[in-house]
Design a protein around this ligand. Structure first.
Ligand code: ZN
Ligand code: ZN
Ligand code: FE
Length: 760
């Protein structure tokens, strides 16, 4: 006989771990107890040695599907002669912390019950169990128990309580467990908040959707705005009311077969769609596209997801529609997640609201993902993924907070060897997003018992995230934006040491005060050296040049042709407003409001505008995205370019690219061919510059990061070529390549700095 204390760390709470242990202990007639505490799960067992052996073996082999055991610590204790095995109440707060499960899509077993007329939860939109349902979005505090979730106000009925207490039930200690008798309910309202009586709210909502109405549907992490994706009128009305002109809408389809009716997908994409995380997956459209053209205009891809809550399953199943499911917000504001707030903010958009009374505590947008080279490449890491930690290759001695960038903001906290990258906060440009940012930070500090002594932030003095960091009374570590990009990708791939980092994005504040964005770095976690970049070009009008890419085209051309620009016999020059150009020229010549940039993103913008694809944009990255979408596939030609040496740095001068494009324009070469040649050229530049750096520094690992690498045409061409040249190439997988990954890089750089004591 012996008695062991077993401590298990990892994702072991809210995933059916205690009933699993209970059943296992009983199988081997072991006595003792199991409980959740702030460190994970604590077990004491007493019994015959060989039975304990079996228990320990099966503990690992049979662990519940959603659990993740990271560490098991075993200690032998003197016998106390327990008489039975029990599940004890959670132990209170200590200094330690536990991992928290993300929200999980409805499982197969719950789905069966949902559509079983004999089941007591038949068509009940809040069905869940230990293996599925809301988690992160309803947890208010730790440890994870019903009283600290937004289900606290619903008292379980007798039958639910019995399941909850029965270790053999698959709802044993399922904290959000409920049924039609005791749980939340649906309610329909019109856009002014008047309740619309309906015997069957789901049927009623399906009728509205069939009529082409726009319905706000309360989901897991916030509201969606939904309409029939095949109804042109409904889709364009939604665009108009939401103030979202062209940015693609995500759609939800009831099952894989339906998805296959309008998109092409491979095995990896199918697996991603079906995963319990249920991200929006970018999939190639079929031709002809049966969805309304307004769903994803000028795109090769649809953003598609499958239902992930019982409510979605019911609506999709019973309506038989493919639905637009776009986040419930006004252009650029955070997603709505509270009932009253939704009514006031979305009242002008939605005709009807499908409400319910289970509160969302933490808003959480849908995640967006795609497949690259047979692997996932996440673009927005949020619902379903957060707050799963990212394991670091080292342990931090102190707690660290990193505030992220401005666009697609996330923050990140580090303790020990865990980095908790937050859900998508949004563009930190307005008060509402800032409030969500601050609230999110406080919540993470509480959830993971984090008390940061260091805050990392971007070097850009005007970012709201920087300003927030600078007001904290703790050590501040400014981190260069592109260094953070590269480090985020290194951590994503689990690599350390020195690498060649290629960071291409829209803009990031440089160490010289200029706006970087086409950067080649030699970097490790602690330091970086900028070894090559695109030539500096003025951005006439500053941020205006971002939303008006024609300004960039003009600036590049002026840099090459000077005042002769007006003699170029191309449409771009003929069609631009001469008065505006003169104003722009004055800015450039005097250097007023024309910050210098080396951005690759701006270069793509400039080319897009020059080709007449997109002179002004209505969403971030639009000009570059539409340029990519046009690129003729399989075309191998390219343009010339020049590499210059300046103070032992390589400067990439794109003048010859523009000259080549203008030549092609004069020869009436197709835009799709010009776009392909341009993409090939940028890939070629990456390879040639990387090769030069590699031979000088003796490095062979190349890390590609930054928003520009969301461009699949560029990424694929560059990666293939680098592989041919025998480089080890690292791209993003679990962390976004865009600014959504910045906070992770910042946090790791600051943690490294605290370890080594080296100031950057
Ligand atoms: Zn379930
Ligand atoms: Zn009940
Ligand atoms: Fe960036």
């Amino acid at each position: 006989m012996k008695r062991l204390e077993i401590r298990i760390k990892g994702i072991v709470q809210g995933v059916g771990f205690r009933p699993f242990i209970y059943t296992l202990a009983n199988r081997y007639s072991l006595k003792g107890f199991v409980l959740n505490d702030n460190e994970g799960v604590k077990i004491e067992i007493e019994g015959e040695d060989f039975l304990i052996e079996k228990f320990l073996k099966n503990l690992q082999d049979e662990a519940p599907p959603l659990s993740k055991i990271e560490k098991i610590i075993i200690q032998e204790l003197p016998l106390v002669n327990y008489t039975d095995f029990t599940i004890k109440p959670s132990a209170g707060k200590t200094e330690k912390f536990v991992l928290i499960s993300p929200d999980i899509a409805t499982c197969e077993e719950c789905l069966k019950e949902l559509f079983d007329p004999q089941d007591r939860r038949y068509r009940y939109p809040f069905i869940n169990c230990t293996n599925c349902g809301p988690r992160f979005t309803i947890i208010m505090d730790i440890p994870y128990d019903r009283e600290r979730t937004t289900m606290k106000d619903f008292t379980m009925c007798e039958r639910c309580r019995a399941e909850y207490e029965d270790p053999s039930s698959r709802r044993f200690h399922a904290q959000p467990n409920c049924c039609p008798q005791c749980g939340p309910h649906l309610e329909i309202m019109d856009h002014t908040g008047n309740i619309i009586k309906a015997d069957d709210p789901i049927q009623k909502i399906c009728e509205f959707l069939h009529e082409g109405k726009i319905v706000a549907i309360k989901g897991l992490g916030g509201f969606h705005l939904a309409c029939d994706a095949q109804n042109h009128q409904a889709v364009s009305t939604l665009r108009k009311r939401k103030g979202r002109e062209e940015k693609p809408f995500a759609v939800m389809a009831k099952d894989i077969d339906t998805v296959k009716s309008f998109c092409r997908l491979n095995e990896v994409e199918e697996k991603l769609l079906l995963s319990e995380k249920r991200p929006i997956v970018l999939l190639r459209k079929k031709d002809p596209d049966p969805l309304a053209p307004g769903v994803a205009p000028n795109q090769r891809y649809h953003g598609v997801m499958l239902p992930y809550t019982p409510l979605h399953h019911l609506i999709l199943q019973e309506s038989g529609l493919i639905l637009v499911m776009t986040s419930g917000n006004l252009c650029e504001e955070p997603i709505c997640f509270k009932n009253e707030e939704a009514l006031s903010r979305l009242g002008g958009i939605a005709d009807y609201f499908l409400m319910h009374n289970r509160d969302i505590y933490m808003r959480c947008d849908d995640s967006v993902s795609r497949c690259f080279n047979g692997k996932e490449m996440i673009l927005r890491r949020s619902r379903g993924y957060v707050p799963d930690p990212i394991k670091l290759p080292f342990k931090s001695d102190v707690h660290i907070l990193a505030c992220g960038a401005e666009l697609k903001n996330t923050f990140c906290v580090i303790r020990e060897d865990y980095a908790f990258l937050s859900h998508h906060i949004g563009d930190l440009e307005n008060l509402e997003t800032l409030v969500a940012f601050k609230k999110g930070i406080e919540h993470f500090k509480k959830l993971f018992s984090i008390d940061p002594v260091v805050v990392a932030h971007d070097m850009h003095p005007e970012y709201l995230s920087t300003k927030y960091a600078r007001e904290l009374p703790i050590k501040q570590v400014p981190v260069q934006h592109h260094h953070a990009h590269i480090v985020s990708c290194m951590v994503d791939n689990g690599i350390t040491g020195k690498v060649i980092g290629v960071a291409f994005d829209g803009l990031g504040y440089g160490s010289d005060g200029k706006l970087w964005g086409g950067e080649f770095l030699v970097a490790d976690f602690a330091n970086f050296k900028r070894v090559a970049h695109f030539k500096y070009i003025p951005m006439p009008g500053g941020v205006k040049a971002i939303v008006e890419p024609w300004r960039m085209a003009f600036s590049y051309l002026y840099d090459i042709y000077g005042d002769q620009i007006f003699d170029l016999g191309i449409d771009f020059v003929r069609e631009i407003d001469r008065g505006l150009c003169n104003a722009l020229l004055a800015l450039i010549k005097k250097g007023i409001n024309s910050p210098l940039t080396s951005s690759a993103g701006r270069l793509f913008d400039g080319v897009s505008a020059l080709l007449g694809i997109r002179r002004n944009i209505s969403y971030e990255g639009q000009a570059a995205i539409e340029l990519e979408m046009l690129a003729e596939e399989g075309y191998t030609g390219r343009y010339n370019y020049e590499l210059e040496n300046q103070n032992s740095k390589i400067i990439i001068n794109p003048a010859k690219i523009f000259q080549g494009i203008i030549n092609d324009l004069n020869q009436k070469v197709k835009t799709s061919v010009i776009s392909a040649k341009f993409h090939n050229t940028i890939a070629e530049i990456i390879c040639e510059v990387v090769l030069k750096i590699a031979s000088e520094y003796g490095l062979k690992r190349v890390v590609l990061s930054g928003g520009v690498f969301q461009n699949m045409v560029l990424l694929k061409t560059a990666v293939d070529k680098l592989h041919e040249m025998n480089f080890e190439v690292y791209t993003h997988n679990r962390v976004p390549p865009n600014d959504g990954g910045i906070s992770l890089g910042q946090a790791v750089i600051a943690a490294q700095l605290m370890k080594t004591g080296n100031e950057l």
